[in-house]
Design a protein around this ligand. Sequence first.
Ligand code: OAD
Length: 244
Amino acid sequence: MIQITAKLASKLKSCNSVCVLTGAGISAESGVPTFRGPEGLWSKFKPEELANVQAFLANPALVWEWYRYRKTLLKNVSPNPAHIALVKMEKHFKDFTLVTQNVDNLHARAGSHKVLCLHGNIDKNYCMTCAKDFNDANLAQTTVPKCDCGGLVRPGVVWFGESLPTQTFEEAESAARRSQLFLCIGTSAVVYPAASLPLIAKECGSYVVEINPEVTELSAIADESIFEKAGVALPQLVDIIPKN
Ligand code: OAD
């Protein structure tokens, strides 16, 4: 059992406005590798070689191969108890905002209705020339898919050096500002601007709680760190929320 402080218990029992930021760690217990760390995706593949537009234009077949590997991996995994706990929180709190850096769609598959996806969605793709959308089902299964207009089709994710979707980030920032409780779950908190959200929340007086088995960049600033796996800690937090 995790130790839940009186302050956190009181926030969970009485606050109205909660904002949650998730990162790759929340999907780790589903079997999706995180990015950093010894087993992380970026220990095998360098972001500068794969996750930016120059890399894609230089070698689209290699980048597509990497995304197909991740798309296939995701087809064979399921949401875990941490994703499900957040669905329960969404139902309980009057003002609840789930923000994710993940592109894996596991929050939606678990049943979360509204998810602010800061880094895009791996199930979507679009033409770099005419912006036409392609989902995986209507994507040509050639090595490098092309649009009818002749343009290159790319994965619908945000790459290094690209801007986040403006309105989505604004909504996330506004939710962080008005939150009374901010949960930062399974992220190394090093990639900006996503990593600015718990800092903004803290500045605006929110109670910032991190859930992560490891110390992160946020640990020194958070009001509390629960050094535990998300799939273990989150269901226990949900258990103390009064039933509606
Ligand atoms: P990282 O791989 O940087 O960090 C994952 C975090 O999850 C680490 O701090 C782990 O300690 C933690 N973790 C591992 N297992 C966990 C578990 N069971 N429960 C809770 N936490 C666990 O992933 P992100 O912070 O999400 O961006 O990375 C941010 C961005 O960097 C990604 O969205 C991606 C990447 O480059 C783009 O692709 C644009």
